[in-house]
Design a protein. Structure first.
Length: 295
């Protein structure tokens, strides 16, 4: 599936040379721009997905100035000393360009959810939210130049080549380290988190095993075995515990009769609720409530 970047720009003073050149990879879109700049060029940039801006070349006496607000004086960007910026999703950035005649830059936008699935682990949200502006890294620049050459090529190589370069660049910039080896048969961290979050948000209805398996890209039998290896219990039992946890909250609130608590937590009737509660908790709802209130 092609990932389409979503940008909201208010810019002026740029004339694109040779048109925009773009390549799509799995969850990644890379744009190579060659632009001529008017005496003043720049404006506001904001994207709804995280992105990398890499200045490959510029000509002229001046330097692009990157700013966090329109009134900020800004910090000069140089293609040799500070060419790389990682900009989180929804972060506003302003650029002023004076006394610069030409700029070449690479923009790499990515879908964090797709990249997480490809890496088979959740990307630390803090890494995605923390900007990294105007830094230099030789390894990143080497990858960026190779990506730019591939985009500009009239005879591009197999998609796996550019895709691998772009993914390696993202891993490097975000400093994504390898997670500890999990036990054989367990779900990957991102799969487990996705399944648990879904169960927590939907536990008051009957969740089908097919739904959970689809969330993690596994067959139903594979998911069921891997979930139990990760949590020590079957998906249905985990859901039931989540449902009973909500029932306990309602019981302790003391505002509803048992029949209403049963209905609000998805049980067929009062008798079913009491039977399941006693099986899992070891006491009837009424006795458990009295015990908790006595503490």
């Amino acid at each position: 599936m092609t990932f389409q970047p979503r940008m909201d720009n208010q810019i002026e003073g740029f004339s694109v040379i040779g048109g925009m050149r773009r390549r799509y990879w799995n969850g990644i879109t890379a744009d190579l721009w060659d632009v001529e700049c008017a005496p003043y060029a720049g404006g506001r940039y904001v994207a709804r997905d995280p992105r990398l801006f890499i200045l490959l070349d510029h000509r002229g006496r001046g330097r692009p100035a990157v700013k966090l607000s329109p009134k900020d004086r800004g910090t000069a960007q140089d293609s040799r000393q500070s060419p790389i910026s990682y900009i989180p999703a929804e972060m506003d950035l302003w650029v002023d360009i004076k006394e610069v005649q030409y700029v070449r830059h690479l923009d790499i936008h990515f879908d964090a959810e797709v990249i997480s699935r490809r890496l088979m682990e959740e990307i630390d949200p803090k890494r995605l939210k923390d900007p990294q502006l105007l830094f230099f890294d030789q390894r990143v620049m080497t990858l960026a130049e190779l990506i730019a050459s591939e985009i500009a090529s009239l005879e591009p190589l197999h998609d796996l080549y550019g895709d691998s370069l772009a993914l390696a660049l993202l891993v490097d910039v975000l400093k994504l380290v390898k997670s500890p080896v999990r036990k054989r048969g367990e779900l990957a961290p991102w799969q487990l988190k996705r399944a648990l979050d879904f169960i927590e948000g939907n536990c008051l209805r009957n969740i089908r095993l097919q739904e959970l398996a689809a969330l993690t890209g596994l067959s139903q039998s594979h998911f069921s075995h891997s979930f139990k290896a990760s949590t020590g219990m079957a998906p249905h039992d985990w859901q039931m515990n989540a449902r009973l946890a909500k029932a306990k909250q309602l019981l302790l609130a003391g505002e509803q009769p048992l029949i209403a608590v049963a209905a609000d937590t998805g049980f067929a009737d009062h008798a079913h609720f009491c039977r399941v509660f006693r099986k899992h908790v070891g006491a009837t709802p009424s006795r458990w409530k009295k015990t908790q209130q006595a503490k």
